[in-house]
Design a protein around this ligand. Structure first.
Ligand code: PGA
Length: 244
């Protein structure tokens, strides 16, 4: 079975001004030839500037969402082609904050991922259960259901990455146990159509817990929020992934 690529992806969410491109430059200097993929997904306003700042480095830039259509009357939205034109190689889709704040369904996520693929972008599709769903014993049902409904036709390791992010672990400092992560990642590996697809864990990944998380089978990297904003913290997580 081909090995999945290791990826450390940073999700800056609605954080970052032009001055913060310094953090991206520092990271690029620290990892001239990393043993894993390194991706930063800043807010849309910084994509072109970050791509420019990272030109010639090993680091990649991504978006945090895209519209399912290529262009048209969709005020405030951004198409996958626009992201690619600005220098993005990836786009995060179906993050739980978008599913919650913008009512995004898995069917919409699949349509967006289809558009991302059409524009040559790698779609990072996010899945995860709420605390109530976990307490009700529904974690695998929810996550595997989201996977099935969010993956577009033609999704494979070359154009799609899956991120398992329990909603209750995002930005809370709480992380699942080793066994809880392993259970979901093992089930995802069984369920994905292409066994070489990278499976990321996300939710309160920090320098202090990264090595332990990356030691879990079927965890190929992380989608990191808060700890990706500072080059020193994200750098420590990348170092842990490199060593895993
Ligand atoms: P966090 O966010 O690392 O700040 O918990 C992760 C995410 O939402 O992708």
């Amino acid at each position: 079975m081909p090995n999945a690529c290791k990826l450390a992806a940073g999700n800056w969410k609605m954080n970052g001004l032009r001055a913060d491109l310094l953090e991206a430059r520092a990271l690029a200097r620290a990892f001239p030839s990393p043993g894993c993929g390194i991706l930063l997904c800043p807010p849309a306003t910084l994509i072109a500037g970050m791509a420019e700042a990272l030109r010639g480095s090993a680091l990649m830039v991504g978006g945090q969402d895209c519209h399912a259509r290529e262009s048209g009357a969709h005020t405030g939205d951004i198409s996958a082609r626009m992201l690619a034109d600005a220098g993005a190689r990836h786009v995060i889709l179906g993050h739980s904050e978008r599913r919650a704040d913008h009512g995004e369904s898995s069917a919409e996520v699949a349509a967006k991922a289809h558009a991302a693929h059409g524009a040559g972008l790698v779609a990072i599709i996010c899945l995860g259960e709420t605390e109530a769903e976990r307490d009700a014993g529904r974690t695998l049902d929810v996550v595997l259901g989201q996977l099935q409904d969010s993956l577009p036709q033609g999704a494979g390791a070359a154009n799609t990455v899956i991120a398992y992010e329990p909603v209750w672990a995002i930005g809370t400092g709480r992380t699942p146990t080793r066994d809880q992560i392993a259970e979901v990642h093992d089930a995802l590996r069984d369920a994905v159509p292409d066994k070489a697809m990278s499976l990321l864990y996300g939710g309160s990944v920090k320098p202090g817990n990264a090595a332990e998380i990356f030691a879990i089978a079927n965890v190929d990297g992380a989608l990191v929020g808060g700890a990706s904003l500072k080059a020193s913290d994200f750098g420590a997580i990348i170092t842990a992934l490199d060593a895993a």
